[in-house]
Design a binder for this molecule. Structure first.
Ligand code: URA
Length: 195
């Protein structure tokens, strides 16, 4: 029998596949609409996310929500948000390749269930894993890549924008490009009906 979203979430919440499971407070599985046409993927939970069990809830999350709202997107209404790794790397270091490798099966199964039309990678770690291992955010942000029928874009990570606010106008342009792409290829994201 096929696994349901809830079963996958339950499995992930009990995961002990890598050492990050020993230091986590909460597994941060993902949040939002389970059949969203647009999915955002970050790197991994930070301190606030680890404490609350939800992605992007700290200062970076507040900034992300502002950018989303500017193009009529919200985790409560029409998108889904998750991370490459579901447990917090200590001291917010980058997740190690073997941690990503242990965890990526959860993301793959999430994507199989949600079947998004568009994936937005927030920052280098997600863009390198999902789009191209040599992805350069400063050079390639906002560009579209089609992979197996899914349109993918990499943009700045909200934490990077807090550190380097001069990149905010470029990040906003990327959101406008996303809005255009949604209008072009998504049926339900902006039509106000329940997804
Ligand atoms: N940074 C991420 O990449 N993901 C989160 O959920 C929070 C901070």
């Amino acid at each position: 029998m096929e696994q349901t979203y809830e079963q996958l979430r339950e499995e992930c919440l009990n995961c002990r596949k890598c050492p990050l499971s020993q230091t986590r407070n909460h597994v941060v599985f993902g949040v939002g609409i389970q059949n969203a046409e647009v999915v955002f993927i970050g790197e991994g939970p930070g301190e606030n996310e680890d404490l609350q069990g939800e992605p992007f809830v700290g200062r970076g999350g507040a900034l992300l929500d502002k950018y989303l709202a500017a193009v009529d997107l919200s985790r409560k209404k029409n998108i889904y948000i998750t991370n490459m790794v579901k447990c917090r790397p200590p001291q917010n270091r980058d997740p190690k390749p073997e941690e990503v490798a242990s965890c990526v099966g959860y993301l793959a199964r999430q994507m199989e269930m949600i079947r998004p039309k568009i994936i937005v990678c927030l920052g280098r770690v997600a863009a390198c894993a999902m789009i191209d291992k040599n992805f350069k955010v400063t050079k390639q942000h906002g560009q579209w890549f089609e992979k197996d029928g899914v349109w993918m874009m990499g943009t700045y990570h909200p934490a990077a924008l807090l550190r380097n606010p001069h990149n905010k106008p470029d990040a906003f342009e990327d959101m406008l490009a996303l809005q255009r792409k949604i209008r072009e290829i998504c049926e339900h994201t902006y039509d106000g009906t329940e997804l």
